[in-house]
Write a protein that binds this ligand. Sequence first.
Ligand SMILES: O=C(CO)COP(=O)(O)O
Length: 251
Amino acid sequence: MRRPLVAGNWKMYGNSASVKALLTSLKDLVWQPQVDIAVFPPTLFLIEAVQALKETPILTGAQNCAIEPDEMALTGEVSASQLVDVGCQFVLVGHSERRLLLGDTEAILIKKFQAAQSKGLKPILCLGETKEQREKNQTFTIIRDQLNSIIDSLGIDVFTNAVIAYEPVWAIGTGLTATPEQAQEVHCFIRALIAEKKEAIAQNIQILYGGSVKENNADALFTMPDIDGGLIGGASLNADEFGAIYRIAGN
Ligand SMILES: O=C(CO)COP(=O)(O)O
């Protein structure tokens, strides 16, 4: 049985005061022993988050890492080894905002995925189609290509220590959630693609849904058989709402 994971991607939101307040509130969440939970603050606040949450079950992840795993002359970047050093356990790889706005190509994502794993960080590989691609019935092709780009370069076994997040681009920050059936269809497809290569990995890997997950739609999404929790954006900036989604994942 797969454990659900509820992960909060804070994106580029927050400042010293709001992050401190959010971390303080998160410390009060009632622990759900059967659910994994993690937050992904902006890089600047990672150390503070790890420190604040160290007595809690909440793990910390980064939103990005450099293509090279160790320290070197690479201005503006943060390496996987530095992230591990300050206490991170996860890193997001291939969020659509990075693919579409920040130039993260498949070649770059392969390097980031590999850099993360080489230092013991667990990558959360984000996949998802745009609205236009869905309208052209290209959803499954896009998802397969994005997934195969990692599998073809790094092999299937890398997914024994990774998480996948299906995040339809049209549902991110728009209030338009995929219906539970739409999401389940893609999650099932992703799991089947992995099962074609290795059944045991497919059965064990957590596949999260992301895109306007809120307290009021989390239950319907999380009860789908192939949805193992959520990657939450906007709603993770509010400890009450994030806590409610975390509780729902434990039901
Ligand atoms: O992009 C997301 C999480 O990575 C989803 O963001 P929203 O929950 O704000 O739609």
